[in-house]
Design a protein around this ligand. Structure first.
Ligand code: AVI
Length: 336
């Protein structure tokens, strides 16, 4: 099911339209939870971290001193925005996969202001909160029109590509969101982006780099416990949406650096042997003491790996900018 929520005209006269997608319904959540909690190890897909509260908690994470991805990427964008957009010819359609609060696309919109050409922006996020925040952030630009798609990346990308006009489509996949895909899935997804593009279209990929383990540990298990709350909110969501009876005190947040796989794994570890009922998912789940649910992987890369990933998906790398303090890379690819 998909449909258009009321289009709105902002104070700036811009149209902001949210296209809803029913693909993240409670029913598919229930089916996924039932299937993935029967796996060994038990799992819950990380996309379910982002309900309204989860999106706010992620926003809070991005402001923590120990989680440096967002600020490092912001520094690169504010320093290099003009160079990023320079090779792209007008008219431009910008598509951001996972828009967060809209601050990053705003930096590029700022750099495009001097061209005095209208820019179409498509924002794709499964979180209505993120879409609303982005709408507010982008409301100040008179040269852009915004369409929000409440959809998965794949569905949103399909819709944005179907609605594009002539000119250049520029896909932004930032914030190291690529890191939440395992390697086969990231290859498949980058290839899917490439298939949605025409030659001379472009992709900007923001990805976190390998760094010392103690920095990763602090980023994913922060001393304020915000990341722990973000992770445990999955159980709150299951209790609310699927009538589960998870005891929140019965699970601990854990983040581990899996060096062999080059990823940080987030787990929810059962503090004791226990049984949890999730009636709306049609399951009762037994946990042994110490057994965990694997809730997220965040892959970390070398700069060379990122170039190779783009090339393998059918792109040609044009430029790579590295923030060497926090170790983060922005890579600009052209559709070959
Ligand atoms: C959204 N994503 C790139 C974040 C990450 O770093 O993997 C989500 C996150 N998980 C824990 N902290 C932040």
């Amino acid at each position: 099911m998909s449909g258009e929520k009321a289009g709105e005209t902002s104070a700036y006269g811009l149209r902001f339209t949210v296209h809803e997608s029913g693909s993240e319904s409670v029913r598919s959540f229930a089916e996924d939870v039932r299937r993935d909690l029967a796996l060994t190890p038990k799992q819950i897909q990380s996309k379910y971290l982002y309900d309204a509260l989860g999106s706010c908690l992620f926003e809070a994470i991005s402001r923590l001193p120990w989680y440096r991805i967002t600020r490092a990427e912001g520094r690169l964008l504010s320093r290099w925005a003009a160079q990023v957009v320079a090779p792209l010819t007008d008219p431009l359609t910008l598509v951001e996969l996972g828009c967060g609060s809209g601050e990053k696309i705003a930096m590029l919109a700022e750099a495009l202001r001097s061209r005095r050409r209208p820019v179409s922006v498509h924002l794709i996020d499964i979180s209505p909160t993120a879409l609303e925040q982005s709408e507010r952030t982008l409301g100040r630009f008179e040269h852009i029109s915004v369409v929000g798609h409440r959809a998965t990346y794949e569905e949103g990308l399909r819709r944005a590509a179907a609605g594009r006009g002539r000119g250049t489509m520029f896909v932004l996949f930032l914030g190291s969101n690529i890191g939440n895909f395992d390697p086969p899935a990231s290859h498949e997804f980058l290839s899917e982006i490439r298939r949605a593009l025409r030659p001379r279209d472009a992709l900007l990929l923001g990805a976190d780099l390998v760094k010392p383990e103690r920095e990763l540990q602090a980023a994913y298990d922060d001393p304020l416990g915000v990341t722990a709350a973000f992770n445990k909110n999955l159980l709150v969501r299951i209790n609310r949406e699927l009538d589960g009876n998870f005891d929140l005190h019965g699970f601990d947040h854990r983040a581990i650096w899996n060096r062999a796989e080059s990823r940080v794994e987030m787990h929810l570890v059962s503090c004791r042997a226990q049984q949890v009922a999730i009636p709306s998912a049609g399951c009762d789940v037994c946990f042994e003491a110490g057994e965990f649910i694997w809730t997220e992987s965040s892959y970390k890369y070398t700069p060379e790996q990122l170039l190779a990933m783009g090339t393998a998906a059918g792109f040609r790398s044009l430029e790579q900018w590295i923030e060497s303090d926090a170790r983060f890379a922005l890579t600009l690819f052209l559709a070959a």
